[in-house]
Design a protein around this ligand. Sequence first.
Ligand code: F6R
Length: 261
Amino acid sequence: MEVLIRPDTDSAARLTAEVIKRDLEKKPNLVIGLATGRTMEIVYGKLAEMHRKQNLDFSLARTFNLDEYIGLAPGNEGSYRYYMNQHLFNNVNLDLRNTHLPDGMAKDPSAEAVNYEKLMKEAGGIDLQLLGIGRSGHIGFNEPLSAFFSRTRVKALTPTTIQQNQGLFKNPEDMPRRAFTMGVGTILDAKKIVLLATGKEKASIIAKAVEGPVTSMISATALQLHAKTVVILDEDAASDLKEKDYYRWIFDNEPEWLDFH
Ligand code: F6R
């Protein structure tokens, strides 16, 4: 795991977008695992700008989102399909047929989950997985005690997550209590992972995820077992890390981290 600390949220998001850009330029049909949430909005804004100003080409890229709420149709403003359309898909030249999210309205959720795994496999697996981290330590919606070998399935959301995300719904009571999520095992299968966390409210969970003991109580600690994970932080999110001077030294002195393929 590499930990890269940037001075502020904007430069942390820019670095995240740069990693995606570099990989996409190397492999135009890159399979990208996508996350939603407040943290990613700025990253998607930067990717859209790179598309507009630097002709960053998404025409052959394929995407799979980490999660989707159960019971929300794609047109619902609270759904992650809606979020992705707003923040990324409508603003770059992605072919919508190459974008995938689990269907929150699926009649048979177990079959939908199995099919989602099948589609990822047929695409050749995720090349680059983008992650945020929840206050519960979740990646995707892998709430505490998610098995490290888990695959895409339906998870019940914890009160911490409900509290974290309710504010994004016009009526907080409309937030579903369950969601499809890629499993921890699905995420660990990605060839490369980039986790972005910003802001003081993520400092304590980041310290546990990066430097704490590996435990299924904090799904993000599973990333310590992954061979190619980079954690990009702003100073606020990095503030509780014990070894932050070491991580800063790496960024300044070992620029080859960018080629951690
Ligand atoms: C969203 C997802 C979640 C978020 C996490 C952080 O697709 O998978 O794990 O990344 O809850 O959300 P924000 O960025 O809103 O703090």
